[in-house]
Design a protein around this ligand. Structure first.
Ligand code: NDP
Length: 331
């Protein structure tokens, strides 16, 4: 059996040498109340970068030389727990291991007949919840308003934009390639897209795409892209600070503009959040997401990489934008 450990705390962009693969013959004999799981799909997510450093955050850092954990879908292959039967699939925070024991605590059963299993790591998992709850709880969208989404072709961003369209907003996405911009418009129904890598003036391009200004900004990336959006916000704009991938690998403090004047002069709201803040709203959010998905109002993209050994590479590739939609590793 194989396990992936955190070997070093990455400096700057993570590299493959920060991870250690170990082949072991672990004790997989389960006791009363336990289940044995075989990993099926592994989610790799930008936030894992934060847990790889030892800075204080909302979740404790990963320990060195211990397995990394993320969202996983796994199959129950043995069970001494009455709540789980052999053949059930579960999702939850699990270790980067091919097989592992569990008490079942914190695991949710997922139904392969209702949606492809990988979707429970994306649109029907943390990704979908983050998009729905961030946009609605902080963005408080009103039909007719203009929404800008950064990281728009990624897992969260592509769902945010589609929900924006369902709610009657004008939606503008910012992403890193022309192919992604094309996908935003043709597959996800965005009204306009801006390629931040080729734009000569992101601030001006946003102004052009949003002639009435920006009422809601769903920020997944931070840095200069977000600075450019600030120049275009309207009075009473809401800025949802979901993530800041453009600075996660920084080794020095970034040079950024001061946001305060923009917030003051526009009476704007800027709020960070962690999806788990809204745990009591998960059932409501999940109901909307699954209904919209079933009705065909929502769709999703996945970049699926195959092979347990590919997990670290897939994670590193997030920082080069190699994914369209949710990055997932199939074991
Ligand atoms: P994505 O699927 O969006 O993957 C990351 C994407 O970020 C890449 O595809 C890439 O697309 C883009 N990117 C990478 N580097 C940069 C850069 N320097 N500048 C601009 N864009 C960059 O990941 P997720 O949807 O899983 O997560 C999106 C954001 O949401 C992250 O910041 C994450 O930390 C955050 N998050 C927050 C949660 C919360 O509870 N607050 C929960 C879940 C996610 P491109 O080609 O366009 O550059």
């Amino acid at each position: 059996e194989k396990t992936i450990l955190l070997k070093n705390r990455p400096k700057g962009k993570p590299s493959i040498s920060d991870f250690e693969f170990v082949t072991e013959d672990p004790d997989l004999k389960i006791s009363e109340g336990e289940i044995l799981l075989e990993t099926t799909y592994v989610s790799v997510d930008p936030y894992l970068r934060g847990r790889m450093s030892d800075a204080k955050s909302y979740v404790p850092p990963f320990e060195l030389n211990k397995p990394i954990q993320s969202g996983v879908v796994a199959k129950v292959i043995e069970s001494k727990n009455e709540n789980f039967a052999v053949g059930d699939f579960v999702s939850g925070m699990l270790s980067w291991k091919t097989k592992q024991k569990s008490t079942g605590e914190g695991l949710l059963k997922v139904d392969a007949s209702k949606a492809p299993l990988s979707a429970y790591l994306g649109i029907l998992g943390m990704t979908g919840l983050t998009a729905y709850l961030g946009l609605n709880e902080i963005g408080k969208p009103v039909a007719g308003e203009t929404l800008v989404v950064s990281g728009a072709a990624g897992a969260v961003g592509s769902v945010v934009g589609q929900i924006g369209k369902i709610l009657g907003l004008t939606v503008i996405g910012i992403a890193g390639t022309d192919e992604k911009i094309e996908m935003l418009k043709s597959k996800f129904g965005f009204d306009a897209g801006i390629n931040y890598n080729t734009s000569k003036d992101i601030k001006a391009d946003i102004a052009k795409a949003a002639p009435h200004g920006v009422d809601i900004y769903f920020d997944n990336v931070g840095g200069p892209i977000s600075d450019a959006v600030l120049f275009n916000i309207n009075r009473f704009a809401r800025i949802i600070v979901c993530g800041a991938i453009s600075v996660y690998n920084n080794t020095e403090l970034p040079k950024s503009i001061s946001v305060q004047p923009f917030l003051v002069k526009n009476s704007a709201l800027m709020q960070g959040f962690i999806v788990s803040n809204y745990a009591e709203k998960f059932p409501e959010a999940m109901k909307h997401l699954s209904t919209w998905l079933a009705e065909g109002k929502l769709t999703y993209s996945e970049t699926i990489v195959t092979g347990f050994d590919q997990i670290p590479n897939a994670f590193i590739d997030l920082f080069d934008g190699k994914n369209k939609g949710k990055m997932i590793v199939k074991i």
